[in-house]
Ligand binder design. Sequence first.
Ligand SMILES: *Cc1c(COP(=O)(O)O)cnc(C)c1O
Length: 367
Amino acid sequence: MSEKPPLQPADPNADFLLHEKSIRSAIDRVLQSGHYILGPEVDAFEREFAEYLGGGHVIGVANGTDALELALRAAGVRPGDLVATVANTVSATVAAIQQAGARPVFVEIDAATMLMSPEQLDRTLSLHGTRIRAVVPVHLYGNPADMHRIAAVCDSHHAAIVEDCAQAHGATIDGQRAGTFSRLSTFSFYPTKNLGALGDGGGVFTRDPELADEVRLLRQYGWRTRYISEIAGRNSRLDELQAAILRAKLPSLDESNEARSRIAARYSARLADSSLVLPQVTAGAVAVWHQYAIRTEKRDDLRATLLDAGIACGILYPVPIHHQPAYLDRSTRLPVTEKACDEVLCLPCHPGLGLEDVDRVCEVILQ
Ligand SMILES: *Cc1c(COP(=O)(O)O)cnc(C)c1O
């Protein structure tokens, strides 16, 4: 038995403790204010996060799944349309496509990065034509998909893009933030994300004021004027407590992403000579290491060995969407995706982790 407490794949409590003072004072401010949903804290967070992304509009919503749904609807996705995405993602990506009334079509991934392959996307779009109204690349593990090439492919097929940035707050490609390569992009502020609230939260980003206006209407019953629905909308609001907590944490997002990068760099250096396949960052990109995802054919054995040593690892994601009971589709074959799901293992990687913890994980792996 190891004397240290077990290492977890993510640690939102450690993240809270790092920001405890500013979070408690933010909560107090909200409690006293008398505004609890869509008030001044949400307005301020929307401005501050938009500024962080380089200017534009953020619309705070209830969670990352809703953010995707509303962005897809603003992108023109209508019931019966097809939306292309990847199958090695969380069910939320596909749930959002269905919430928008559309059907998912899965694009094969690139074997090296495990992200949407631009070549395969071109094939998928050629196959289905304009029935695919939008494409959702997922910046999985904090590593941005190859947006230059994905955007070029989507342009040539007249498909809209909605980037799923739920794991990539602050990542860049050639110095440009993930989420700014398409007209609409979405974020989740679930507690374990790189920028996490202490409850649910999400956001849509766009530079287009008309699209921002439409998402704003969609998030609250289509209201511009209270009690008058201009369009048929939803209830997907962000509350003041979560917005205030996010404002307390946003100023240290870069610092916390740098801490993740140092952990990733340590893993990569220590494990360079092992038989594991180490994560590969997209050319020109700076990843924000939501996960440090290695690959090995002996994944299940390695996971068990690590667990015995008090180190819990995540598997994002063990079953590709098209093999899950709710979305079972036997006609879809994605050998590269399926193999990735069989081999991937996410080592603990979060800002609450010390480099000595990383070394301990590496020692167990190397033994
Ligand atoms: C977390 C996540 C979502 C969903 O966000 P919620 O806030 O949990 O609804 C969507 N896509 C990806 C890739 C995610 O990691």
